[in-house]
Design a protein around this ligand. Structure first.
Ligand code: SF4
Ligand code: SF4
Length: 424
């Protein structure tokens, strides 16, 4: 046995995570195999190990050994070899997209089980080094890409200057705390400027905060609940300090899922503000008649980020925004809650060794877009966008990939010009 693998800690964590509803999921699987065709990894590779139910093997084994009603018959133990074999399957071949759950006749939430199982691998000292490093960077420096509060401030000042947009930073009081993904901050700064433009256009009281800005949560992906909780608390504390009524989550799927659906449980209390994804915020402005847009005639399709649409519940918002604005909007097949994942969610984007598999998965999306005849695919998740941009470069694909918030901000009919200064 590899002496560096803490098998006891893994088994303890598996068992702790099979309390309550997860154990009923593990009991419910009827081994029908229908989930295989729902998973983009299986679709892309044809490898039977990529079948969703197969990824549950180590946690099922630990459960059967100690908690199964028939365990007295003598079920086999989880071994270090099991953990070594399944590590890649649990981290590289599950984006926690939830597509298998909507196909499964028993409604088994494999994404949540994978998330719990990853905690056991982390407790054993396992997990892809780059994903673990990103989570530890978030804990130690405030962001997975090492964007410290000082770097955040510098970058925001640069974006305000470059895009001639007013960006409030560290206002003492504001109704809205806007958050960012450091993927946007470092790779897609136009998205940060676009969000600022929109909030300014709406005339709301808002600010960024150097006390809490990073919306991504790599602790959640890496199976490190203590890091996930600390990152969540940092944002919640920052919102409470300014008396925010709303926290706006940027174009990041899992950031929305964690803050909207898990944060209150993580912290053990209700959040004293509402959580809106930026697409929900824009849809709200449109409903209130506060979004004046120039129509876009280019043929456009929309990629649903799994954590915003299928798992997040915001499938309709993007379509409501695009309705009457993108005048040649084309849906992919399948779409909306049945969409195919980009291949990089659940932290898979950050795992270098998974790149070839991501590229293969992206071919599903390329075929979908080609079938629509659209020239551009937009999305509302910067992690999807980065995954898709890298895959696009790999395949030398000629279609455009863009952002919903940028599309909206670029076509705003503005009443008054901005001054291009950070404000406090
Ligand atoms: S959650 Fe998504 S990636 Fe994970 S096993 Fe299910 S379909 Fe595959
Ligand atoms: S579809 Fe559901 S019941 Fe069938 S094998 Fe997959 S997880 Fe088990």
């Amino acid at each position: 046995m590899d002496a560096t693998i803490n098998l006891d800690a893994a088994v303890r964590t598996f068992l702790a995570n099979t309390e309550e509803h997860l154990s009923s999921y593990l009991e419910a699987c009827v081994h029908c195999g229908q989930c295989a065709d729902a998973c983009h990894f299986y679709q892309a590779s044809g490898d039977p190990r990529h079948t969703p139910a197969y990824k549950l093997f180590p946690i099922v084994k630990a459960y059967r050994r100690q908690k199964w009603p028939l365990s007295w018959l003598g079920a086999p133990k989880v071994t270090a070899a099991d953990l070594q074999e399944w590590e890649e399957l649990l981290f590289d071949t599950c984006t926690m997209c939830g597509r298998c759950t909507i196909i499964c006749p028993m409604g088994i939430d494999i994404a949540t089980i994978v998330s719990g199982a990853r905690q056991a691998f982390a407790a054993a000292g396992l997990g892809p080094a780059d994903l673990v490093a990103a989570a530890e960077n978030a804990r130690d420096h405030g962001s997975p890409l090492g964007v410290t509060p000082e770097k955040f401030k510098d970058r925001i000042e640069w974006i305000a200057d470059e895009h001639e947009v007013d960006i409030p930073l560290d206002k003492a009081k504001a109704d809205i705390l806007l958050t960012i993904s450091s993927i946007e901050l470092m790779k897609y700064p136009d998205s940060v400027a676009a969000m600022a433009k929109l909030l300014n256009h709406a005339g709301v009281s808002w600010t960024f905060s150097t006390k809490g800005y990073e919306a991504t949560n790599f602790g959640y992906f890496a199976g490190r609940p203590e890091i996930a909780k600390a990152a969540t608390k940092r944002l919640v504390d920052a919102a409470e300090a300014i008396g925010a009524k709303t926290m706006v989550i940027p174009e990041c799927g899992h950031a929305y899922g964690v803050m909207r659906w898990s944060a209150a449980n993580m912290l053990g209390r209700k959040l004293p503000f509402q959580v809106l994804h930026i697409s929900e915020f824009m849809a709200q402005l449109k409903r209130e008649g506060r979004l004046k847009l120039k129509p876009v005639a280019e043929p456009i399709t929309y990629h649903d980020p799994c954590q915003i649409s299928r798992r997040g519940g915001c499938t309709k918002e993007a379509r409501y925004l695009l309705d009457g604005f993108a005048t040649d909007f084309r849906e992919m097949t399948p779409t909306a809650d049945q969409n195919w994942c980009c291949g990089g969610g659940g932290g898979v984007q950050a795992i270098a060794r998974a790149a070839e598999l991501r590229y293969k998965v992206f071919k599903i999306k390329m075929d979908q877009v080609e079938a629509t005849g659209a020239s551009t695919m937009i999305s509302s998740c910067s992690n999807c966008r980065l995954t898709m941009d890298e895959s696009k470069a790999h395949w030398k694909w000629d279609k455009g990939i863009g952002s919903l918030v940028e599309l909206v901000a670029d076509n705003l009919i503005e009443d008054a010009p901005a001054t291009g200064k950070p404000t406090a």
